[in-house]
Design a protein around this ligand. Sequence first.
Ligand code: HEC
Length: 136
Amino acid sequence: MRRLMCIFGLLLPFAAHADTSKGEHLAYTVGCVNCHHQTDKHIINAPPLVVITSYSIGEFRRLMKTGVTKAGRDMASEGSVMGFVAKEQFSHLTDAEVTALYNFFRKEWTAARGVEEEKKIPIYFKQPQSKVDQQQ
Ligand code: HEC
């Protein structure tokens, strides 16, 4: 039995890592990082994802399933895109997927990582020279 516990203890760190890397995979594929950090703020003004460190798992689960914030604001009823994607997309995430996302944002996401992603905005959203000329 003790040997079994030892093996389990050895495997646990790998299991934890598997969970955060699954969370990272989801964060990039379902678009959290794209909307929150890689899109021009004039198009989508989403707050830095580091805000999730102030969420409990229960509050985060409610946010993903219903679009209601930690403070109780119902974003879908306010016409906010985050409310729509929560209701129409993230509500389909399994409990394990929500937990994996949460663990990734709590353990591996940092404000600095968000800033790194935001450096891509001027590259993706560069205006054609003709538009720049018109504005001058
Ligand atoms: C289509 C773009 C879009 C996608 C995709 C998106 N978000 Fe958002 N998110 C927003 C916008 C815009 C806001 C600000 C909405 C508001 O304040 O009404 C927001 C707000 C939030 C907030 C702040 C809520 C608060 O307390 O005020 C959190 C946390 C959040 N999103 C997490 C996520 C996570 C996690 C994902 C991925 C699973 C995600 N978002 C995907 C656009 C998006």
